[in-house]
Design a binder for this molecule. Structure first.
Ligand code: ZN
Length: 423
């Protein structure tokens, strides 16, 4: 039954087959991601209790708030995703790209630029295309900002994150880590794994999102370690303020408190104990020892090389242009768009999935490295401490997580460490 259909499809001209394949692939990816999103949505709907590993740091009120927010968000993404997939398909089916290209040509000719000015026409085309996508996207992003995030009070958080990630680092103040036990222990650890450490710095006083806590930089035999002061209990500005205030709230009666009140207590000391700092550093140095940094650089270089090599071959293929309605002309800008956005899209999907898998593997390997240094227990407690302020919704569907998260979610890391704590 299928054979005649396939034969008929195969008999179509090459450009029609290319066009069909592009559309088919785009919808396949769309349906797959929608399927994953629905799985994740089921997790939002059914997980009504804080996982026991996180009972200490997340109270049920915060958990519920974040759960409802994610539910609303996922409904929104469903509709906006459906809209944009349909819009893209309609544009392709009705020849929106050649139409806009010709329209740009008309605009140029009116302004006195003939067909020989391909660059001018390309700029006009880019401008109009950007304008169009901004206009069609605007209602969605307005709805997202002013309805969904407003309703859940998440607006400010976005601003804080932008500040913490992009603006605060511009004003970072680096000072050498003072002499003391921590510095000695770091040097011993570096020596044990042959890390060519030359200096240890602390970044002072900043309000930042906690996903970067420590890193290293430098070439070859001249490496430096940088620790954020928010990582260090003895160093954290928050703790200093706490001591200066003369701690109005007594931090004594911790044992009698339920985990929930503990989680709410803002006045507790922030940051990690020395052993925990070393465990976090053990993870980071694991990335170095296992060659993760170098591997990532090599992969991205090879990828760029491959892409430009393929592009150079494909840009000469007239059928590719014809597939998208360009029969007589082959403008370079349109070629770039067709090849990078449509033709490479299967390759990009596969590549990005492989990179996600690899990156997660690297994270688990770095955790395992810290464990081999005997730091599983300290890393476990450090991870809990460091993530308590930006947990979001901590539970995820495994398939959704595997496809989307380049960094394993906290719970998965904790579980892996727990498994390894036993052996
Ligand atoms: Zn890592």
């Amino acid at each position: 039954m299928w054979a005649p259909l396939l034969d008929a499809l195969w008999a179509l001209p090459l450009e029609k087959r290319i066009f069909g394949a592009v559309l088919l692939f785009s919808w396949t990816v769309y349906l797959w991601e929608t399927f994953l999103a629905q799985r994740q949505r089921r997790v939002y709907r059914n997980t009504t209790h804080v996982p026991k590993e996180l009972g200490q740091i997340m109270d049920s009120e915060t958990f519920e708030k974040s759960r409802l927010y994610q539910l609303d968000k996922s409904t929104f993404s469903f509709w906006s995703g459906l809209y944009s997939e349909t819009e893209g398909t309609v544009i392709l089916l009705f020849g929106g790209i050649p139409y806009l290209w010709n329209f740009s040509g008309v605009v140029c000719r009116r302004a006195g630029f003939g067909p020989e000015y391909e660059i001018t026409q390309s700029l006009v085309f880019l401008f109009l295309a950007t304008l169009f996508s901004a206009l069609t996207g605007l209602p969605w992003s307005l709805y997202n900002t002013f309805v969904i995030e407003e309703k859940h009070g998440f607006n400010q958080q976005v601003l804080v994150t932008i500040y913490a990630d992009y603006i605060a680092p511009l004003f970072d103040k680096f000072i050498p880590l003072p002499e003391g036990t921590l510095k000695e222990e770091i040097e011993v650890m570096a020596k044990n794994i042959d890390f060519p450490l030359t200096k240890v710095y602390v970044v002072e006083g900043s309000k930042r999102s906690s996903h970067s806590n420590a890193y290293f930089y430098g070439f070859f035999k001249n490496k430096r370690i940088v620790l954020f002061d928010t990582l260090l209990e003895e160093y954290s500005v928050l703790n200093k303020e706490l001591t200066e205030e003369g701690s109005s709230e007594s931090p004594k009666s911790e044992e009698g408190e339920s985990p929930e009140t503990k989680a709410k207590g803002r006045n507790k000391k922030q940051g990690c104990k020395n052993e925990e700092v070393l465990a976090v550093l053990g993870h980071e140095l694991g990335h170095w020892k296992l060659g993760h940094t170098v591997k990532n650089i090599v992969i991205s270089q090879m990828n760029s090389f491959l892409c430009f090599f393929l592009f150079a071959i494909l840009i000469g293929q007239k059928e590719l242009f014809a597939a998208f309605g360009f029969y007589d002309t082959q403008p370079t800008l349109i070629g770039l768009m067709i090849i990078f956005q449509f033709i490479f899209s299967p390759y990009n999907e596969v590549l990005s999935f492989c990179l996600t898998v690899l990156s997660r593997r690297f994270e688990f390997q770095a955790d395992a490295f810290a464990k081999k240094l005997g730091k599983a227990k300290d890393l476990y407690s450090a991870l809990i401490k460091l993530n308590k302020d930006n947990l979001g919704f901590p539970v995820s569907d495994w398939l959704f997580s595997m496809w989307h998260y380049s960094h394993p979610p906290l719970l998965e890391r904790l579980q892996a460490l727990q498994d390894s704590k036993q052996d």
